[in-house]
Design a protein around this ligand. Structure first.
Ligand SMILES: Nc1ncnc2c1ncn2[C@@H]1O[C@H](COP(=O)(O)OP(=O)(O)OP(=O)(O)O)[C@@H](O)[C@H]1O
Ligand SMILES: [Mg+2]
Length: 375
């Protein structure tokens, strides 16, 4: 095994590429954007769409194993190639189930994994809202990301904003907090679970803001969350790392929100804080190697560096020197050529002796660093 192909050249692909290079592999990227974040560090980039069957065939046939850094890709093309004997991980048939939030939740339900109550909503079926009952959350079945394609409908008055297309309706959870757990599965079916992340969201954009690890929760809840992530991985199978997003309601009960069959924003902290990063773990798994230890060496907080709301153009990190003087700070920039409002441009991981100290330093970092456009 020599060459790993990655469909998608964003920041997740970039960090996967670095991990693959560390282990001695060659990497080829498929991405439509020239000089993509991952393409900059890989051996080769094929310029093409993640949905183009010709480009997908090109990368898959050139590589010993192919994986991906996003889920909105042409699964039918990948399934055909897998059936012809090409190695693609995680299994594109699993990806196809996960791509559609309704089939994803149905699989979890069949396997007895706790999830909020849900139903399918056919396009334009208004009666479905009344039959299900308010308050509810309407979700587009495919193509949603970063909170796009998710709408809270509290009552009949909100129906005018309803999302178009085939959707699912989900019971609105009275949220106390949201958690994330990374979990990996090897070719031989071994499963390794990571520590539990406490996730907080940016109120303006609904994008993940901070990930605090270990989450400030009880031992009991930690174990339950890790078990849910483990059971979720078993429910889908597949080889690689998965990100499992969890809800904790006001009674302290847990349920699965969604699954990403790839490295996840809530697992960035593993680069500095764990023996094996989520990216290395993914590469190990898809390459058929033994999984590494998920042991966390230091408490940490990850902060997403998003483009400031009014800024557009060549990115500039204001406050760079000041934050790099802090010994707890580790900076990752993704090499994106243009900043846009709330675009994920990089992240910072703060590691410290205690979670409280890591949170304190992160608050300071947040007040200093800004991604603006070069003037
Ligand atoms: N059933 C629910 N009850 C309460 N809040 C919910 C529910 N479903 C989603 N949310 C809120 O909306 C956010 C986004 O939902 P979800 O994770 O399904 O969307 P996404 O756009 O696919 O995800 P991402 O932001 O991870 O790309 C959740 O993190 C949560 O804060
Ligand atoms: Mg989500």
């Amino acid at each position: 095994m020599k060459t790993i192909g990655i469909i998608g050249g964003g920041q997740l692909g970039r960090m996967m590429t670095k991990a693959a290079k560390k282990l001695g592999f060659n990497v080829t990227i498929l991405d439509p954007g020239e000089n993509s974040p991952a393409g900059q560090v890989a051996d080769k980039q094929i310029i093409g769409s993640w949905n183009d069957p010709v480009a997908i065939r090109e990368i898959v046939t050139q590589c010993d194993v192919t994986t991906y850094d996003l889920e909105h890709i042409n699964t039918d093309a990948l399934i055909e190639l897998a059936e012809q004997g090409h190695t693609i991980h995680p299994d594109p048939r699993v990806l196809k189930i996960i791509q559609d939030k309704y089939t994803q939740k149905s699989r979890l339900q069949e396997c007895g994994v706790d999830i909020p109550a849900f139903v399918k909503q056919d396009e334009g079926d208004t009666q479905a809202f009344y039959d299900f009952g308010f308050p509810l959350v309407q979700k587009t079945r495919t193509g949603g990301y970063d909170g796009k394609g998710v709408l809270v409908i509290k009552s009949e008055e909100d129906l005018e904003k309803a999302l178009p297309g085939p959707c699912m309706l989900e019971k609105m959870v009275d949220l106390k907090m949201e958690l994330g757990v990374m979990v990996s599965r090897s070719l031989t079916g071994e499963i390794v679970t990571y520590p539990v992340t406490e996730m907080t969201f940016d109120d303006r954009s609904n994008i993940l803001d901070l990930c605090i690890v270990p989450g400030r929760i009880s031992e009991e809840l930690t174990e339950k969350a890790q078990k849910l992530a483990h059971d979720t991985m078993e429910a889908f199978g597949g080889v690689g790392i998965f990100g499992v997003e969890l809800f904790v309601d006001k009674n302290g009960d847990l349920s699965v929100n969604e699954v990403a069959p790839r490295p996840h924003n809530s697992g960035h902290y593993t680069i500095e804080a764990c023996v094996t990063s989520q990216y290395e773990q993914h590469i190990r798994a898809v390459a058929g190697l033994p999984l590494g230890s998920s042991l966390q060496a230091r408490p940490s907080v990850m902060y997403n560096l998003m483009g400031e709301p009014e800024e557009e153009g060549i990115p500039f990190v204001a406050g760079l020197k000041e934050i790099l003087e802090l010994p707890e700070v580790s900076l990752h920039m993704y090499g994106k050529k243009e900043t846009r409002p709330f675009r994920k441009m990089g992240h910072i991981t703060v590691t410290a002796d205690t979670v409280d100290k890591a949170v304190e330093v992160t608050e300071k970092v947040k007040s200093i660093v800004k991604i603006i456009a070069e003037s």
